[in-house]
Write a new protein. Structure first.
Length: 198
């Protein structure tokens, strides 16, 4: 009997091979997995606080992968590696590197030219990176942490509150979040900015 996972709306199911990447063999429930991931993410937050991050470092493929590895490396062998299969969401996996480079270049342009407010730049980045869906799993939390790092380390502003939720369990909050993401998919970024701020 393997690990049985329950997926909420908007979450990507893991295939059997990806589940094989679980480092902690004693995990057998979704609750235990969530707990281990949460502990790992807290270590990643610690790391970002002490890492003295500058925009040249943040807006790189290396940093984006390193952050994912810091967030999930204790739990998953494939943490920090781009997915090599197609999922129910996200772009074709072969396009990940190219699309991510486009996003990084666009973000640098927005920052240099003050195309949008700092908040909007951070949230536009978050929305685009989660749509690319770089990793097997953990894309939502990774994209929210990237937005926080951008707003704090690049713009020197307060991180977002994200409804004070880790979004893993909070069903009502999650519904609002998914709805805001879908609005952003259709070109309206404001509900997602509002969600991040509340």
């Amino acid at each position: 009997m393997g690990l049985e996972l329950q997926y909420k709306d908007g979450q990507t199911p893991l295939d059997e091979e990806e589940k094989e990447g679980l480092k902690i063999k004693s995990i057998s429930t979704q609750g235990e997995l969530d707990e281990f991931e949460q502990l790992n993410i807290e270590k990643a937050i610690e790391w970002t606080i002490h890492a003295n991050l500058k925009s040249e470092r943040i807006l790189t493929e290396k940093f984006i992968k390193d952050l994912h590895k810091k967030m999930y490396g204790d739990v998953w062998k494939w943490a920090g590696e781009f997915r090599i299969t197609d999922k129910n969401i996200g772009i074709n996996w072969i396009q990940i590197g190219i699309e991510l480079k486009n996003l990084i270049d666009d973000t640098k342009y927005w920052i240099e030219n003050k195309t949008f407010s700092p908040k909007e730049i951070a949230i536009r980045f978050k929305h685009r990176i989660v749509a690319i869906h770089c990793f097997h799993n953990g894309n939502g939390r990774h994209s929210r942490m990237m937005a926080d790092i951008i707003i704090e380390s690049i713009f020197g502003k307060e991180i977002f509150s994200w409804h004070k939720s880790n979004m893993v369990k909070a069903d009502e909050t999650r519904k609002v979040y998914i709805k805001a993401l879908r609005e952003a998919d259709n070109g309206n970024i404001n509900p997602l900015i509002k969600f991040a701020e509340n």
